[in-house]
Ligand binder design. Structure first.
Ligand code: 3HC
Length: 696
């Protein structure tokens, strides 16, 4: 091996993103671009340079591309996507690997995803550690593979399997990948370097995947895979384009199909959906990151107090993740009903593949039941999920504080109560945090982890750890009524109700909100969850309400008619005729019109864009207040709350992201309109600062 291979230095003196490490008659091409070896411009140039030098060195028979650190290559550098492509582009690098006269293998550990797997597919062989994963997740970012994934993968797996993998973005383990022909050798229990070196030395020569034919398959198998893909990716351009690209592998010359794939990739990369999904991707990576170095306290067992819908849901998700759970309820009837709820939720989690244990019964064995808080003396973390009432919760938390160990974390699942007041009442506020789950707990990904004024950083870190362990997305929130999600939702709903008094009907508002990005409009949502709880809250708060505040009484009138939503067969809509979304009811239309008349407000026809603008104005203003008050940490985390807890489409980023695509003057006009409609008590947030935090 010559010295020339190992002596390469970056001109600026920095550690190179790619370097060559000679090993006798072979050379390792090491990609070293922390944290995940994304194929940035420096990596692409480094690879090109390394291949050229390897090709020209007579002492070297073969090369092995390997990743430094914890992973192979996680894909293209997503941070580069908002900018024009910089040469050399990945397809150029892959063409150089194929043109290199010497065999080059990929040695995979950690993850080979997107451009990382495409890099490996351009190699002559793929060797991987047994616990590595591979996949082409591009559609989850609103794009399709842009460096040959749609052409090389089907040449190894067949079209039907490639359609499944590319259109779902599914990540698979190496054993499955080996069965599908993607991986040539699984290295068990020994060094990846040694295993790869031995394998490469025994290679007979080059095997260029792009030159292979597509394995034969029946038209029926392909048609079925295509139908499945288009069904689950309905309405998504990236999925439709991915299907088209993969199918090209069977009919077009490979160079032409590669060119078409690249063109579609570059076009989709600049789409609004891709921008929204990228925004979400980076926001999710920031969510739950804590300032400072506080470590979570060790948590193996969890106590839950209250076996109602929320408590049983919390117990189920903890058990599903393999934690030991004790569910406590003083009412033995409620405890029995809770057992049933836990079992139903675990069966559902098993069905969707989200159980650590082999079966719902095995997971259920993680839960024990008790009728006394004394049973929680030994647990590491306890969550109270009892009735939302200050006195009831204070009482339970005080008893918990006196029962659990001094190093245990005490969490409350309150939605609206003052966490700091509850924490003070325990006399150990440093151990208290909020864990605000959303119903149904086993389905909803959002978990607001609430930081009290005196919460110890280790208690907060424990809440974040728990959220991640049970598969939830932790969003850290400060203390205020409704935290992030419910506070925004309240403003959103109120703005919709104002519009009812100004001439809009529930079905028009629901349709406008669904068109904006919500999975279901606010009136449909009310009917689904029941109108009675919010009605009771309004009655409770009536005495303290400032009479100058705008108050819309239509929902009260609906409730007074006994229309409490789907469960009573009627609410904002009529459900007496079959199931489904409910029918528009002339009774409600008449009531809305009559109430509007009573208020004497001028009536007008509200265009869909106006309804959406009013709502966006109300949401971004509240988001700006939340940010200004330090309740929320960023615009992107507010959007994550609305996407993961309130059904806003992730393909549209979130309401704040949607607003940020508009001109500042238009945003200003939306906020102004929302403020005018609100009238007394409307407080302006610094919307400019909020928008400045949203990446382009
Ligand atoms: N580009 C840029 N940064 C990336 C990245 C990427 N592809 N993947 C991860 N990162 C960053 C994260 O933002 C995070 O940065 P931070 O520390 O500054 O917050 C850091 O790497 C670590 O990421 P995670 O917190 O996600 O680390 P994990 O260990 O939990 O997960 C992973 C590692 C499984 C690799 C996960 O990061 C992941 O799934 N990454 C995305 C993979 C992907 O979607 N690849 C396809 C890209 S598109 C493409 O390749 C196009 C091609 O066809 C041309």
């Amino acid at each position: 091996m010559t010295d020339s291979l190992s002596q390469h230095q970056e001109p600026n003196g920095e550690a190179p993103a790619v370097h060559l490490e000679p090993d006798g008659d072979i050379a390792f091409i090491v990609i070293d671009n922390p944290p995940v070896n994304a194929s940035s411009v420096a990596v692409r140039s480094g690879l090109l340079d390394a291949i050229e030098r390897l090709s020209g060195d007579a002492g070297i028979k073969a090369g092995i591309i390997i990743g430094a650190g914890s992973t192979f290559v996680a894909g293209a550098d997503i941070k580069e996507f908002g900018r024009p492509p910089s040469p050399p582009e990945l397809p150029t690098v892959l063409a150089a690997i194929e043109a290199c006269p010497k065999p080059i293998a990929a040695a995979i550990h950690g993850a080979a995803l997107g451009g990382g797997l495409e890099l490996a597919l351009a190699c002559d062989a793929r060797v991987a550690l047994a616990d590595a994963i591979v996949g082409l997740p591009e559609v989850t970012l609103g794009i399709i593979p842009g460096a040959g994934g749609t052409q090389r993968l089907p040449r190894l797996t067949g079209i039907a399997t490639a359609l499944d993998l590319v259109t779902s973005g599914r990540r698979i383990g190496v054993r499955e990948a080996a069965k599908l022909g993607i991986i040539d050798r699984v290295v068990e229990g020994k060094s990846l370097r040694d295993g790869a070196a031995a394998f490469v030395r025994a290679l007979p020569g080059k095997r260029i995947v792009a030159d292979l034919g597509v394995p034969p398959e029946t038209d029926e198998a392909i048609a079925q895979a295509e139908q499945r893909a288009l069904k689950s990716g309905r309405g998504r351009e990236a999925v439709a384009e991915a299907v088209k690209a993969v199918k090209n592998a069977a009919v077009l010359p490979v160079r032409e199909a590669l060119a078409q794939e690249r063109a579609a990739f570059l076009r989709l990369r600049d789409s609004e959906e891709a921008a929204a999904l990228r925004y979400n991707f980076f926001a999710e990576r920031q969510a739950g990151k804590l300032d400072g170095h506080a470590r979570a306290r060790p948590i193996n067992s969890v106590g839950v107090v209250g076996a109602g819908t929320m408590g049983a849901g919390i117990a189920s998700v903890c058990a599903a993740a393999g934690l030991g759970v004790i569910l406590v309820d003083a009412n033995t009837g409620a405890l029995e009903a809770g057992k049933g709820r836990v079992s139903t939720a675990l069966i559902d989690l098993h069905r969707v593949g989200k159980l650590k244990a082999a079966s719902a019964e095995a997971a259920a064995a993680h839960v024990t039941y008790a009728d006394n808080i004394a049973a929680l003396a030994g647990v590491d973390l306890v969550i109270e999920a009892v009735f939302e009432d200050l006195q009831v919760k204070t009482d339970v938390l005080q008893r918990l504080a006196a029962t659990v160990r001094a190093d245990a974390v005490i969490a409350t699942n309150t939605s609206y109560l003052d966490l700091d007041q509850l924490a003070e009442a325990t006399h150990r506020p440093a151990d208290v945090i909020g864990l605000h789950f959303f119903a149904p707990v086993h389905r909803m990904r959002l978990l607001e982890v609430v930081r009290g004024a005196k919460s110890d950083p280790t208690a907060l870190a424990s809440g974040v750890w728990l959220a991640k362990t049970i598969g939830k997305l932790p969003i850290i929130a400060g203390v205020c009524e409704g935290f992030i999600g419910n506070r925004i939702y309240t403003r959103y709903r109120a703005q919709c109700e104002y519009m009812l008094e100004e001439g809009a009907l529930p079905q028009e508002l629901d349709a406008a909100m669904e068109d904006l990005g919500f999975a279901m409009g606010p009136f449909g949502v009310s009917d689904l969850s029941g109108l009675d709880i919010a009605w009771a809250t309004r009655k409770r708060k009536a005495a303290g309400r400032d009479p100058r505040e705008r108050y819309v009484g239509i929902a009260d009138r609906i409730c007074e008619m006994g229309r409490l939503g789907r469960k009573t067969g009627a609410g904002w809509y009529d459900y007496s005729v079959g199931s489904g979304r409910g029918a528009v009811d002339p009774v409600v239309t008449e009531l809305v019109r009559a109430e509007a008349l009573k208020q004497g407000r001028p009536q007008k026809i509200l265009a869909r864009a106006e309804m959406q603008g009013r709502v966006l104005g109300a949401i971004v203003n509240e988001a700006a207040l939340l940010l200004g008050e330090g309740i929320a940490r960023s615009a992107a985390e507010i959007d994550l709350v609305l996407v993961n807890g309130f059904g806003f489409s992730k393909f549209r980023g979130g309401p704040v992201f949607q607003a940020s695509r508009k001109a500042p003057a238009e945003i200003e006009a939306m906020v102004e309109a929302a403020g005018q409609a609100t009238g007394f008590g409307f407080k302006r947030g610094d919307v400019g600062s909020l928008m400045a935090g949203v990446p382009n």
